[in-house]
Design a protein around this ligand. Structure first.
Ligand code: BMA
Length: 763
């Protein structure tokens, strides 16, 4: 599936007529089972890791086709990319571009190489246009005697490419054109971004271990974003839809991720090395890409034939994408090193003898430690700054791949595993969290189309649960809900509301608190948070924060706020612990710490205003320090001290971060006593939502505080924000595109206990 094939048909093409290209495929699962028998690799008993049949590991094909814990098992067959007929006399083949930028950022070197096919090509013209279209470089090079072309060119004072959270995305155009003596024979033009890239792993001032920070153009970046799975269980339906819309599916999804303030996408290894369309868009939109190689959750064979094929696929796939400025890391696989440690496969990191590995039950190590690095060396990544990272998660430290102090970490002790409370995402933090997540159902609209029969639309129907493939999902969802909310399983609307709010709270709690730990040079305690997962490949109840039909769940918006250019955070600290016998009583948390974060490269003077209210009545509660003036440090978090919360168990505190003049609201956040199940809300908070005709926004007010106001506009709302907490005394403006004359409705946590929801009034 990962190695393109071509067939020379020049002999047939010389005769006129009609030709048929016939491709023959064998049923993939059946073939893979035969391969498994043939290869005869003796694995440990514990090699079957729930995801699909283990024969999948013997066939180089997207592993999710065997089904995953978020998608159906449909081992599709057939070509998944377009088939071309190419006609040429001479052409440039295997063009590879390897850019790099020096430490002082004033010079870029671009290595260009290609094979020249056909005999007539004599020289190559390399033209580089700068981002404004002017000529940056124009040079002619001869084709050498063996038909190869390899040259390095230099550009002075390059215009640097940045992730969108930190700067612009200038793109050069590189044109490579092949000539005989006078005539142009073939040309290829490619966009090229220039940036300096380093993966920083250095010791930290105050804590053990090392950082794991992408440094772009000498600036450390907090990598904020999500994990990407293949866009559909039938891939061509996503990559080449029949009714091609004006915007490609990739553009719609990646633009949405960018609009959610995400700057990093991890392409998970159970899918594909993403398409050229995907990478071009990430370059254009300023998204960083972590690309896994194509292995996930398993113990793969590593016989010579298999390794040779893997090497070839890696060279082909990575040569195709290596020049993209968005590509920042190539990772060997998803979770296989972690599993080796967890299941006790024959893995002794000290033992460097391949013969020994091949006698044991973890042969895949040969691929990860030898085959893939060799392939990437052949591609030539060593001067590009793109690192090879053995596995995800990985620490490089003994058998414990999933370390909190080194490398990247997958945090699954929340939701999976022992189901720790989501509030413990903070102590579970690692240096770079490449996976963590929380399940929720999609929107009611999506549920209505995925369950056409109304009688099946219940949170406990088999049909509903059949769309949730997560192990133990039902127990996990209801356990977390019981712990946090006075939730409802029925009607389905309320269940969906509760489950979505829970996901929204959990993932934004994690990211807001981890980003607080990106504290500047030597203090990068956490430099990345990638939520599992951005997308779905069918209508599912899954960890996705946006559903299959591109409808963002509330979590998309709570994350968007936690990842904004500027954010303000509040955390309640325990002031009195309970004696163990008072098990059900929450601890007293009467001290509020306040911090801000900024992506700006400059210092930013800000004003912080705090306002507190009694939750049940909406009456104002006086605070000792309602105003703070301070300065946000550049590109990191800044602490603003602590204040007391009077009657903390019944008081909500809202914080507003304004610019130095107090005119522009940069961020806001509302802190609630937890767990929310003990909170007494007003039975009638008198929420109003006003829509001004012709305006793409609504204005929300309330008399008593409300938690998690989710707005809906008719059939489909295109909201700039949602799932907001609202307190008295503010007019909260929420943008919504293409509102037209749609009706707007809102619901909030526990509105079913009193006056239900709100309908907007038009003015
Ligand atoms: C991870 C991933 C996926 C999986 C997800 C949710 O560990 O790497 O394999 O879908 O968890 O269980």
């Amino acid at each position: 599936m990962f190695i393109p094939q071509s067939v020379d048909i020049s002999a047939q093409a010389l005769t006129a007529g009609h030709f048929v290209l016939e491709l023959r495929f064998r049923a993939p699962s059946e073939f893979a089972k035969e391969e498994e028998q043939r290869v005869g690799y003796k694995k440990a008993e514990t090699d079957d890791t729930l995801m699909g049949g283990h024969e999948r590991m013997y066939l180089r094909k997207a592993q999710y086709h065997w089904g995953w814990d978020w998608g159906p098992a449909l081992a599709s067959t057939g070509p998944y990319l377009p088939i071309y007929l190419e006609v040429y006399q001479a052409r440039i083949n295997n063009l590879k571009i390897l850019p790099s930028v020096n430490e002082s950022l004033d010079k870029a070197t671009v290595q260009i190489s290609a094979h020249i096919e056909g005999h007539s090509g004599r020289f190559v013209l390399v033209e580089i246009a700068n981002p404004e279209g002017g000529v940056a470089l124009r040079k002619i090079f001869p084709v050498n005697v063996v038909g190869a072309f390899e040259q390095a060119v230099e550009l002075e004072s390059p215009e640097l490419w940045w992730p969108h959270t930190h700067g612009k995305q200038p793109l050069y155009q590189v044109k490579v054109e092949l000539f005989n003596t006078v005539q142009s024979l073939h040309s290829i033009t490619t966009a090229l971004g220039l940036r300096r890239l380093r993966l920083q792993q250095t010791s930290l001032n105050s804590v053990p271990g090392t950082s794991f920070t992408f440094v772009i153009n000498n600036v450390p970046i907090f990598a904020s974003g999500s994990n990407w799975i293949p866009g559909d269980f039938f891939l061509p339906r996503f990559t080449h839809p029949q009714d091609e819309p004006t915007e490609s599916n990739y553009r719609r999804w990646l633009s949405l991720a960018k609009s959610g303030n995400q700057n990093t996408i991890r392409v998970w290894g159970g899918g594909i090395v993403e398409t050229t369309d995907f990478y071009n868009l990430c370059d254009e939109l300023g998204l960083l890409v972590w690309q896994d190689l194509l292995f996930a959750c398993g113990n793969y064979p590593a016989n010579d034939e298999f390794c040779a094929s893997v090497k070839q696929e890696t060279i082909t796939q990575i040569s195709r994408v290596v020049h993209h400025p968005s590509l920042v890391l190539i990772c060997g696989d998803n979770e296989d090193m972690w599993l080796a440690g967890l299941y006790g496969w024959d893995y002794n990191p000290e033992d460097k003898k391949v013969e020994n590995w091949m006698r044991g039950n973890f042969q895949h190590r040969r691929t990860l430690e030898i085959v893939l690095p060799e392939a990437l060396k052949e591609v030539g990544i060593e001067n590009t700054g793109i690192e090879y990272w053995t596995s995800s998660p990985f620490s490089g430290e003994g058998v414990e791949a999933n370390s909190r102090i080194k490398g990247d970490v997958h945090i699954w002790d929340v939701w999976h595993g022992p189901m720790y409370p989501y509030q413990s995402y903070l102590p579970l933090m690692g240096r770079f969290v490449s996976e963590f997540g929380f399940e929720s159902p999609p929107s009611m609209r999506t549920i209505t189309s995925m369950l056409p029969s109304p009688s099946t639309r219940q949170s406990q129907s088999l049909e509903f649960l059949a769309h949730d493939k997560g192990p133990g999902a039902e127990r996990r969802a209801t356990m977390y809900m019981g712990e946090n909310f006075r939730f409802r399983m029925d009607p389905l609307e309320d269940y969906v509301y509760c489950a979505q709010l829970l996901q929204a709270e959990a993932v934004s709690f994690a990211v807001r608190n981890w980003r607080r730990n990106f504290k500047g040079p030597g203090e990068e305690l956490c430099s990345g948070a990638l939520v599992w997962q951005l997308n779905d490949n069918w209508p599912a109840i899954s960890w996705a924060i946006v559903d299959y039909y591109l409808r963002p769940k509330p979590a998309f918006f709570t994350l968007k706020r936690a990842l904004a250019h500027f954010d303000i955070g509040l955390a309640r600290n325990t002031t009195k612990r309970n004696i163990p016998i008072l098990r059900s009583y929450p601890e007293e948390q009467a001290l509020l710490s306040i911090w801000g974060v900024s992506n700006s490269h400059e210092y930013t003077t800000v004003r912080i205003t705090l306002a507190a209210f009694d939750i049940a009545t909406g009456a104002s509660v006086a605070l000792d320090t309602p105003h703070i003036t301070g300065t946000l440090k550049p590109n990191r978090s800044t602490e603003f001290g602590e204040v007391n919360i009077p009657a903390a168990a019944t008081t909500v505190v809202a914080a507003y971060l304004h610019d130095r003049n107090g005119e522009t609201l940069l961020a806001r956040f509302v802190s609630w006593p937890e767990p929310l199940k003990f909170v007494r809300f007003s039975g009638d908070p008198a929420v109003t939502v006003k829509v001004k005709n012709g305006e793409d926004r609504v204005v929300v007010t309330t008399r008593a505080p409300v938690k998690g106001l989710v707005l809906e506009a008719g059939e489909e709302g295109d909201w700039t924000d949602n799932c907001v907490d609202v307190v008295p005394g503010e007019e909260l403006v929420v943008g919504v595109k293409r509102l037209g004359d749609k009706d707007v409705k809102g619901s909030w946590l526990c509105d079913w206990e009193g006056r239900r929801g709100v309908e907007a009034v038009r003015e």
